[in-house]
Ligand binder design. Structure first.
Ligand code: FAD
Length: 584
């Protein structure tokens, strides 16, 4: 272990001790590896902080940080009180990561891809960048006809799917930057996406919605998109629906109280289909389904290959990528960008494609969500249970209510500062469930900063939309109360409270809640698809004014969707690639 890591290791041990967390050496190394994956800005702040602590330790105690006592680390921390805000954030990040590995210790094995036979070949007829749901549809449809003439380039690696919900290694190996990301201004929204073979489908809950007629009508109205009515797209939704099923063995204890709560409030609810195989009782992620077909059809894959730039030269698309510490170049006749919103946008911006539409391409939207924890009289969960597929649809199109990961590490992660809530959770976590209310509000901007390779994101929510969120929090609270919860904990930025539901002032307490923590797992938009002057691509994802360049992923969704997007993203991808294949 490097010197820097020894000091960081000492600080990690200190944070664990303060929070009564036990770590073995093995887990400690996993946590340090995880920290290494974080966002450059976070890493710079963290390393600077450890350096300052180490420096102070040497001049005050004449010893490096790794050799001083915990009480001495606590004193050094106090000396840096002017940086309280940053120290709090750093401590919280370390605490969250430590929790993820301590309570989710399942190991994830890498799956070797023996079919990567064309490692030395650089030219392919078709290249698809990104292997998430959209890239998997695109590449698997191409490979049905063109087999080994197709290459997928994927930044992440190929790992098995864990049996437990979100173990620590899943975050460090499959999530973009270890799963710890935030927008910086004006709202600090924690967001996440997948970065591995199969993209987001490998880590998500796989909840499915078929795109509805109103959403399609709105999209056509906004962008004059042709052939996007319900009738034209039904055949593609049916293709997606080959992969979905109702999960029959979902936790009945929680399903029953969810349904009961909706019935008491006379609210509409539904049990969603999931990307799930009811025979094998496993998740139908892309690596288990379409990517397997792709490999069977002789498709090629370049893993751990991060595309940096694309350009058109000599009637071919050229691709500059980084494989580990080596640069690698590819070329192709037809190029499909399926890196997911933000990353496809970033690649277009970096490559100066459609420069005149830069303002549109640098935008995106989230489905921001707020969360509350319901506490019940009886046990409702075991460690690392999956999320439940029931959703309360009563308030759609304003917001949707559903269940989020509720295992102890996800419950405590927001309360590093609130000792009394953390203690309460440690005792009662088996009786707790997290609920979310998800919205489709605000807009984001991608900013490029010098020396920072990854996109830096800003997010804005109008005051009127903030009011919608605040009002919705009352509805969420009442719904959780109707499910029979005797305590509710809103997950807020600070001063969180445990609210007793049978006390008369419970609503007043909620109304004084200043600011909810906001997070998002749905990232959409940036490449407008249609026929009017605001469109970056035509009605089928072909980038205007560029030969043989296509976008076919979540960045094409620029109309308010709100529902879980994977089904819609895949349906559009099937539609567009089918149009492409017919036009060849
Ligand atoms: C925790 C979580 C839970 C979710 N739950 C649900 C759910 O229940 N239902 C639902 O419908 N949706 C859910 N989603 C959202 C859903 O997973 C995404 O909307 C979907 O995966 C987006 O598909 P995509 O193909 O556009 O992009 P992605 O799935 O993000 O795939 C893009 C791929 O491209 C790769 N890539 C990016 N840039 C480059 C580059 N420069 N070079 C090479 N490769 C690159 C990435 O590594 C990634 O693997 C969830 C998401 C998360 C994170």
């Amino acid at each position: 272990m490097k010197l820097k890591n020894k000091n960081l290791g000492a600080y990690l041990a200190f944070i664990c001790k303060v929070n009564s967390l036990q770590i073995s050496n093995e887990v400690r190394n996993k946590i340090l590896n995880h920290i290494d994956k974080l966002d450059t800005i976070i890493l710079v702040v963290l390393n600077t902080y450890i350096l300052i602590l180490s420096f102070l330790s040497k001049i005050i105690f004449f010893k490096p940080l790794r050799d001083v006592k915990d009480s001495q680390i606590a004193l050094l921390r106090k000396l840096l009180f002017v940086f309280y805000f940053f120290i709090k954030k750093i401590d919280q990040i370390i605490f969250v990561i430590a929790n993820l590995h301590i309570y989710g210790d399942e190991e994830l094995k890498e799956i070797p891809l023996s079919s990567y036979k064309n490692n030395d070949l650089n030219h392919f007829k078709f290249i698809v960048i990104g292997s998430g749901p959209a890239g998997s549809v695109t590449a698997s449809e191409l490979a049905k006809i063109y087999g080994n003439k197709v290459l997928i380039i994927e930044k992440g690696d190929y790992y098995e799917i864990p049996k437990s919900k979100h173990p620590g290694e899943e975050f460090s190996k499959k999530w973009y930057r270890g799963g710890i990301n935030s927008t910086y201004f004006k709202e600090m929204i924690a967001y996440s996406s997948g970065s591995c073979f199969g993209g987001g489908s490998e880590i998500n809950s796989g909840l499915y919605h078929r795109p509805d007629a109103e959403f399609l009508k709105e999209w056509q109205g906004e962008y004059s998109t042709i052939e996007l009515d319900q009738k034209s797209i039904d055949e593609f939704s049916l293709k997606v629906e080959n992969l979905i099923n109702i999960e029959e063995d979902i936790d009945e204890r929680f399903s029953n109280i969810f349904v009961e709560g909706a019935k008491i409030g006379k609210e509409k609810y539904s049990n969603l289909n999931k990307f799930y195989d009811s025979n094998t009782k496993t998740k139908n992620s892309m690596s288990e389904t379409l990517l397997k077909d792709f490999l069977k059809n002789d498709g090629n894959v370049a893993l751990n290959t991060d595309v940096k730039k694309i350009w058109y030269e000599d009637s071919q698309w050229k691709i500059k990528s980084r494989q580990g510490d080596k640069l690698k170049y590819f070329s192709c006749d037809y190029l499909f960008l399926c890196c997911g919103s933000i990353f496809t946008n970033k690649l277009l911006l970096k490559s100066a494609i459609s420069k005149e539409k830069k303002k549109i391409i640098s935008s995106f939207t989230f489905h921001p969500m707020i969360k509350m924890i319901g506490t019940y009289k009886e046990d409702l969960q075991d460690l690392n249970d999956d999320v439940n597929s029931y959703q309360n649809m009563n308030f759609w199109p304003n917001f949707i209510i559903g269940n989020a990961s509720s295992s102890i590490q996800f419950l405590t992660s927001s309360f590093q500062e609130s000792i009394h809530i953390k203690k309460f959770i440690e005792v009662h976590w088996k009786k707790m469930k997290v609920f979310h209310a998800t919205f489709s509000v605000g807009f984001g901007k991608i900013i490029s900063l010098p020396f920072i390779k990854e996109p830096v994101l800003f997010y804005f929510i109008k005051n009127s939309d903030k009011k919608i969120i605040q009002n919705a929090s009352l509805k969420l609270f009442n719904f959780i109360k109707n499910t029979g919860a005797n305590f509710i904990i809103p997950i807020t930025e600070k001063n969180s409270e445990i609210i007793e539901t049978n006390k008369e002032d419970n609503q007043c307490l909620l109304e004084t809640t200043k600011k909810f923590q906001i997070s998002s797992v749905h990232v959409l938009g940036g490449v407008t698809m249609g026929e009017n002057e605001n469109c970056v691509s035509n009605s089928f994802g072909k980038i205007n004014n560029y030969k043989n360049l296509y976008v076919n992923d979540s960045s094409l969704i620029n109309t308010k969707l709100l529902k879980n997007p994977q089904g819609t993203i895949m349906m559009i991808a099937y539609r567009n690639i089918s149009n492409f294949l017919q036009s060849l």
